[in-house]
Ligand binder design. Structure first.
Ligand SMILES: [Zn+2]
Length: 123
C-alpha cells in the first residue's frame, strides 16, 4: 500500500503510520486519520484502481512538499469517515453479542427466581 503524510507529503507504508520525516501522527485526531486514508491507495478495493491512484498520490505528494495544501473531496471524506465508523462498530459488536448470549439466560433465571421469592413472600 502506498500512503503519504498529509502534512509534508512524505511516502509511508500505511495511512495510520506516524510520518518518518515530520513525525506527524495521524492517529491523534480522527479527521487526520480519515484524510490520511484518503491520501492512500487503501481507499480503493481493486489493484487496478490502486495503481491508477498512485500517479495522483505522487502529484499530491509533490504538492505538499512544495508547501501547497491538498483539496480533499468532501464526499469522499464523509464516505471514508462512515467506513471508519463501521470498522469500529464491527470491532466490539461480536464481543457484546457473545457476552449477552452467555449471560442473558443466567440473568433471566435470576430475575425469575427473584420473582418467585417475591410472590411467595407476599402471599
Ligand atoms: Zn510528514
Amino acid at each position: 500500500m502506498t500512503a503519504i503524510c498529509i502534512k509534508c507529503g512524505a511516502k509511508k507504508s500505511f495511512p495510520y503510520n506516524k510520518c518518518g520525516e515530520c513525525a506527524f501522527d495521524p492517529q491523534l485526531a480522527r479527521e487526520d486519520l480519515v484524510k490520511s486514508v484518503c491520501l492512500s491507495s487503501g481507499r480503493y478495493g481493486s489493484q487496478f484502481e490502486k495503481e491508477k491512484y498512485d500517479d495522483e498520490l505522487n502529484s499530491y505528494s509533490a504538492q505538499l512538499r512544495s508547501g501547497l495544501s491538498v483539496e480533499y473531496d468532501q464526499e469522499e471524506i464523509e464516505r471514508l469517515d462512515m467506513q471508519l465508523t463501521e470498522v469500529e462498530e464491527l470491532d466490539d459488536k461480536p464481543i457484546f453479542k457473545y457476552l449477552l448470549r452467555v449471560f442473558l439466560p443466567g440473568i433471566l433465571l435470576l430475575l425469575f427466581l427473584i420473582g418467585v421469592l417475591v410472590v411467595l413472600k407476599w402471599r
